[in-house]
Design a binder for this molecule. Sequence first.
Ligand code: THU
Length: 145
Amino acid sequence: MAGCPAVNVGADQQELLDAARGAARQAYAPYSKFAVGAALAFEDGTVVTGANIENASYGLSLCAETVAVAAAMKDGRRGGLVAVAVAGGDGAAPVTPCGRCRQVLSELAQLGGTDPVVWCAGGPDVLEARLSALLPHAFGPETLA
Ligand code: THU
């Protein structure tokens, strides 16, 4: 996947990935044993994290990114999302947001008119892409306006 040119997004890649890795330690993933953490960075410098929370009814499981977005929005955030870090798994391939999480992230981003950079890690390699590249032609609040 194509990377993005380095830009000042108001968030440090290493710090945000460390926050995501820290959040992954709080994952409840007894079924997949695939712990994931997500960290969202906002324009005001705030970082909000989430971890995946699974359920014995497997399909009800929540991804780390969705938990992080829910945590941010219940605190009143409606935009300002500048960067996202996702980390976890078995330490091999970078963990990229699933399709549902791309849509959930996109809603929050579109509310503030930002296109956050997304950093994905598993092992040492970091995949970097804009959310708009991960979810082109996104459906969102503007579509319904
Ligand atoms: N998972 C996430 O938390 N985020 C993603 O973007 C990909 C998948 C979780 C869901 C499930 O608990 C576990 O990883 C294995 O799929």
